[in-house]
Design a binder for this molecule. Structure first.
Ligand SMILES: Cc1ncc(COP(=O)(O)O)c(C=O)c1O
Length: 507
């Protein structure tokens, strides 16, 4: 009997193709350091290489795989490379890759419980496993979204819904003169997804009030309290406060307890953005990062940032699932299914914007089972040790400056030869040093601005991180700074005076 067809391939063809793709992936991941981490192709390069039309007739898999090597790999910035230290190093593990493959094979849409009981129930199980790993107490209802930007949008939509007297779900916001101005509060260092959510929710950019931070870039609870009091006195209605556990620029950790006190005084929704930093709470000595988060109305943690799960995977928990559901549930006739209590078997489409929902739980399940708590603790601990090592090298050097505390796995530094005081010269030097390191291809770093100064960010967090990397990167940074300074002096531009040698004893 001929092998039956899967529609586009026979079963035996699929098996052979899957094997070849698996071999391709294994070789790609094994040899990934052969490629420059940051893509070198100019804008438009890939588009020019590809035909303008899809093929008229079926193509062979060989041709497609050849194009992966020839076209896709060179135009890719390799997030899975161990030298990727930019942004947050969201590398995926092999287990996570396998989870993605399996979820494509199932290809279920977990919009309703009945359209995939397994996807719905596994999602509830894995988010509860993660809740326990992070030490967050029950009851917390969790769902998996694509990104923290969506999770925060949904959380803030729930916060808006919690202001029931305003009847926004029913009456909307436009054309009404009976609505007070609504406002969301977050630190000056909070992620831009808070502002985006407020744009979408009709609060506008003025709907976000940024609160001052202390010397360690954490929200100032006194300033938060004063801002709320001032706004309330002026007739503004506080809608939510966002506390950040691991800010994007410096990974500062807001005191969620202090923020929760202020929220309690005003009866305001507390959203905890722990998209990156929340994962650290798995490590016993870092559990403090989520201290107070148990008082949050909603919390977001992204397994695709620091839990070795391929993008996309963002977990949103809430203590008030009824409010989140009230904000989003809308069931047309064609989506009706048997009446059930949502606690027994929820239809997860009711807790966010998307109707179609991927089987994301599968990859997180594979990751959690494959690493186990101990495996994750070991890796996150290593990343934080690497950050401490690099920070120590920076602090001991007379040519560099540590620009923020490094409580987790990110180090903020800048080139600062001794004797140079011109801030714009220092900004330009750091920018050039970073570009030189990135062009060399072994590492990819990104930057931020801290107190308006140009800062190089080094984010450890890769699943294949090795302890020798901070020293290897340090050598490149040092060489890049030396090369930039000598290029400057060769060009006749004013150069900083020769710097003092570092004292290795203090590392
Ligand atoms: C603190 C924080 N919150 C939210 C986000 C947004 O994450 P996502 O890309 O999943 O939307 C980021 C992204 O880096 C972040 O650092």
């Amino acid at each position: 009997m001929p092998d039956p067809s899967l529609g586009d391939m026979r079963v035996d063809e699929f098996e052979a193709a899957a094997q070849r793709v698996a071999e391709w992936m294994a070789a790609y991941l094994r040899d990934i350091e052969q490629h420059p981490v940051l893509a070198r192709t100019p804008p438009g390069w890939l588009r020019e290489q590809l035909p303008a039309h899809a093929p008229d007739t079926a193509e062979d898999l060989d041709a497609v795989l050849a194009d992966l090597d020839r076209l896709i790999v060179p135009a890719t910035t390799h997030w899975n490379s161990p030298g990727f230290f930019a942004y947050f190093a969201s590398s995926s593990s092999a287990a996570g890759v396998l989870g993605e493959m399996l979820s494509a094979a199932f290809n279920v849409n977990a919009m309703l419980w009945r359209t995939s009981p397994a996807a719905t129930e596994l999602e509830q199980v894995v988010v509860d496993w993660l809740r326990r790993l992070l030490g967050l107490p029950e009851p917390l209802f969790g769902v998996i979204n694509d990104t923290a930007s969506s999770s925060t949008l949904y959380a803030l939509a729930a916060a808006r819904e919690s202001l029931t007297d305003l009847r926004i779900r029913d009456a909307g916001m436009s054309g009404r003169n009976d609505l007070p101005q609504l406002r969301v509060y977050a630190s000056a260092e909070a992620h831009s997804s808070v502002d985006k959510a407020c744009l979408v929710l009709g609060l506008g950019t003025r709907g976000v009030r940024r609160i001052a931070v202390d010397d360690a870039y954490r929200i100032d609870p006194g300033a938060l309290r004063r801002a709320l009091e001032e706004d309330v006195a002026a007739g503004v209605r506080p809608m939510a406060v966002v506390a950040t556990v691991g800010t994007t620029s410096t990974t500062s950790v807001d005191s969620v307890r202090d923020v929760a006190d202020v929220c309690g005084e005003h009866g305001v929704w507390l959203h905890v953005d722990a998209a990156y930093g929340g994962a650290a709470a798995i490590v016993p000595e870092l559990a403090w990062v989520l201290g107070g988060a148990e008082r949050g109305d909603s919390i977001v943690v992204n397994p695709h940032k620091w839990l070795f799960t391929p993008i996309d995977c963002s977990v949103l928990w809430t203590r008030r699932p009824d409010v989140l559901r009230a904000a989003f549930s809308l069931v047309p006739e064609y989506l009706r299914s048997d009446a059930r209590a949502p606690e027994d078997a929820p239809d997860l489409m009711d807790y966010g914007m998307s109707l179609g929902r991927r089987f994301r739980a599968l990859k997180l399940w594979l990751v959690l089972r494959r690493f186990g708590r101990e495996g994750i603790v070991q890796l996150i601990r290593r990343h934080c040790e690497m950050a401490r090592r690099l920070a120590a090298l920076v602090e001991a050097s007379a040519r560099w400056e540590l620009m923020a505390p490094a409580p987790l796995s990110v180090v903020c530094l800048r080139a600062h030869p001794s004797g140079v005081t011109d801030e714009s010269q220092l900004d330009a030097l750091s920018e050039r040093v970073m570009r030189r390191v990135n062009e060399a291809g072994r590492f990819f770093l990104s930057h931020t601005r801290v107190r308006d100064r140009y800062v190089i960010r080094v984010a450890f967090g890769h699943v294949r991180a090795t302890e020798s990397q901070p020293d290897a990167l340090w050598e490149e940074l040092e060489a890049a700074q030396a090369a930039e300074l000598s290029a400057l002096s060769a060009s006749g531009a004013p150069t900083p005076p020769a710097s003092r040698p570092a004292s290795p004893s203090s590392i």
